[in-house]
Design a protein around this ligand. Structure first.
Ligand code: 13P
Length: 252
């Protein structure tokens, strides 16, 4: 049985005090319930403040990005070791916004995956097709390319510290979520492909989150699909009430 995992990607939103209040409301609402794995991923500057709020609670801390080196002359970048130092358990890698806006390649994303795993972070690897790619029936080919590139040299053992988030680009921030069937089909494809790349047993235990306009009113049906093991939530993660409702949907 894979435990459901709901993570909030706050993206470039909040200020310090909002982040603290939001995290505190999530902690309070969760009330120590551990039936679902829960994480919040605030912007870099607020990680230490939110770390203090979630310390000693079941809410884990994640970052939204990292640079694939430990230290050095990389002005403006943040290393995986620094994320561990401020209390992160997770790091999101390969989000479509980074792929599209910052032109990140699968090779670069793969370097980040390895660097993050090396220091003991758990990686949330995002993949997903654009609307044009879906319309051209290229969804599986795109997922295949992204998985093959981003998971290069990832063993079954390393995969234990990874989560894959299937986030169709056309569903992100649009209010148009993938249908439960579209999500299930993509997740089944991802699990099968990861099985070929890293081993079938490891793929069976891999948590695959869905992301893209997850809201309280569609979370239950999406999360009830057999291969949908959680959600990576953007907009709805900025409201504690909505985020907690999605977490409750994960309890089933
Ligand atoms: P929305 O939930 O706002 O569509 O964002 C999804 C996402 O990109 C999470 O990483």
């Amino acid at each position: 049985m894979r435990k459901k995992f709901i993570a909030g990607n706050w993206k470039m939103n909040t200020r310090g005090i909002d982040g603290e209040l939001l995290a505190a409301a999530v902690v309070k609402g969760l009330a120590g319930d551990t039936r679902v794995t829960v994480a919040v991923c605030p912007p870099f500057p607020f990680l230490p403040r939110v770390a203090q709020i979630v310390a000693g609670t079941p809410v884990a801390l994640g970052a939204q990005n990292c640079y694939p080196k430990d230290d050095g002359a990389f002005t403006g970048e943040v290393s995986p070791a620094m994320l561990v130092d401020v209390g992160c358990k997770y790091v999101i890698v390969g989000h479509s916004e980074r792929r599209q806006i910052f032109k990140e390649s699968d090779e670069y994303i793969n370097a980040k995956v390895h660097a993050a795993l090396k220091v003991g972070l758990q990686v949330i690897l995002c993949i997903g097709e654009t609307l044009d790619e879906r319309k051209a029936n290229k969804t599986e080919a795109v997922l295949d390319t992204q998985l093959t590139g981003s998971l290069a040299k990832i063993t079954a053992k390393s995969l234990k510290n990874m989560v894959v988030a299937y986030e169709p680009v056309w569903a992100i921030g649009t209010g148009v979520n993938a249908t439960p069937q579209q999500a299930q089909d993509a997740h089944a494809f991802v699990r099968n492909r990861v099985g070929q790349l890293c081993g079938v047993a490891a793929a069976q235990t891999l948590v695959i989150q869905y992301g893209g306009s997850v809201k309280p009113d569609n979370a239950t049906i999406l999360l009830s699909q057999p291969d949908v093991d959680g959600a990576l939530v953007g907009g709805a993660a900025l409201k504690a009430e909505d985020f907690l409702a999605i977490v409750r949907a994960g309890v089933g």
